[in-house]
Design a protein around this ligand. Structure first.
Ligand code: GLA
Length: 358
């Protein structure tokens, strides 16, 4: 289905944005910390035209779903709320948005922790920028996308995903200071490439667990009398905190230190060790892993030619990322998946996402 078939008209503008996979720096962005994501090859494309009537019409090709909505009537669930949120944040800035026909098509997997929502927000905002001829730079787009996600999708997210969808490419790591938004594109460690496997485990608790972790971090920062956990660099300082704030804060501090070390240009082997340590910390201190993810990570970590592996994204299910020897990702992915899928036959099935299956 294309725009012409759905709306009987041609689109005026279109724009794309990629999903992302985060290599290091998990649950650090809402603590003003450091992150190291990269774009994945899968993208979301948004086509926009003017609606012939007073309502917005949103259509998703992959979901085969249409949402028709009056401009003053918020969409409360599904893909439409992200588009609606983007329109609303622009209107709040004083830009007049006419009733729209919007068609979305995407290869970014939904619910795998690879930021399909940020890709949709940034693609929508880029298309709206062209349609309305707005003067917005990539950082402003990311900030508006984050605002749309917080206010209209109810996730108190940081800015990593939207910055990655707006500014990252598939050839570099985006080293980002989420406090100052200073950033640098860095090469992958020599002799390495990225493997991403979806565990097939749905991220059912992700939103509530996520908002709870964020609140715990804010409570820890308040007790330690710092603006954000980013301001604590010595892990000993958390020892006075009650449990589980102590463990949550320890994860954030050690994770920031891992990103900073990795950003200095370490070997693939060292980078992999930092990823393994990150998984352990997410599992034991931050408690956002689940048994199936631990199993997939174990299989990856115990495969020759894997430098390191960890869960990626918010956790509670979704994908794992591994840094592997250059040229080996496909073979390693297939071998690990054979074992993983045999072990979980009746529960869920994993699949390889990067290298791109398309
Ligand atoms: C989600 C959020 C991000 C970030 C990650 C965890 O993807 O949208 O802002 O907090 O979880 O690192």
């Amino acid at each position: 289905m294309d725009f012409q078939q759905i709306f009987n008209d041609s689109p005026e503008v279109w724009a794309s944005a990629p999903g992302r996979v985060n290599l290091l720096g998990e649950h650090t962005d809402y603590n003003d910390g450091f992150v190291l994501p990269t774009a994945i090859p899968q993208q979301t494309t948004v086509y926009i035209g003017i609606s012939p009537n007073p309502r917005h019409h949103f259509y998703s090709v992959e979901l085969a779903a249409q949402v028709d909505v009056a401009p003053n009537n918020p969409v409360s669930s599904g893909f439409g709320r992200y588009i609606f949120g983007c329109i609303q944040v622009l209107e709040k800035l004083g830009h007049k948005v006419p009733p729209l026909n919007v068609l979305v098509t995407s290869t970014v997997p939904i619910g795998s922790g690879l930021s399909s929502s940020a890709a949709l927000e940034i693609a929508t905002l880029k298309a709206l920028r062209s349609l309305l001829e707005l003067d917005l730079d990539p950082v402003q787009l990311a900030q508006l996308g984050q605002q749309a996600e917080i206010e209209y999708a109810g996730v108190q997210c940081g800015i990593m995903d939207q910055m990655a969808a707006s500014l990252a490419d598939t050839k570099h790591l985006l080293f980002l200071d989420t406090r100052t938004l200073e950033r640098q594109l860095l090469p992958l460690p020599a002799e390495s490439e990225i493997l991403v496997i979806d565990s097939g485990i749905p991220r059912t608790l992700a939103d509530s667990g996520y908002n709870q972790r964020r609140a715990e971090c804010e409570a820890a920062a308040q007790i330690l009398k710092v603006p954000a956990l980013r301001d604590v660099t010595d892990v000993k300082q958390v020892e006075t905190l009650p449990s589980p704030l102590q463990q949550r804060a320890r994860h954030v501090i050690t994770e920031n230190n891992r990103v900073l070390e990795a950003s200095k240009g370490v070997s693939a082997q060292r980078f992999g060790e930092l990823m393994n340590a990150s998984h352990q910390s997410l599992r034991d201190d931050y408690e956002v892993s689940v048994a199936g993810l631990d199993h997939l990570v174990d299989l990856l970590q115990n495969t020759p030619a894997v430098w390191g592996a960890r869960l990626t994204g918010a956790g509670f299910g979704g994908a794992c990322v591994a840094l592997v020897k250059q040229g080996e990702a496909n073979t390693i992915g297939q071998t690990v998946l054979k074992q993983y899928n045999a072990d979980h036959q009746t529960e869920y099935q994993g699949r390889m996402l990067v290298p791109d299956e398309l």
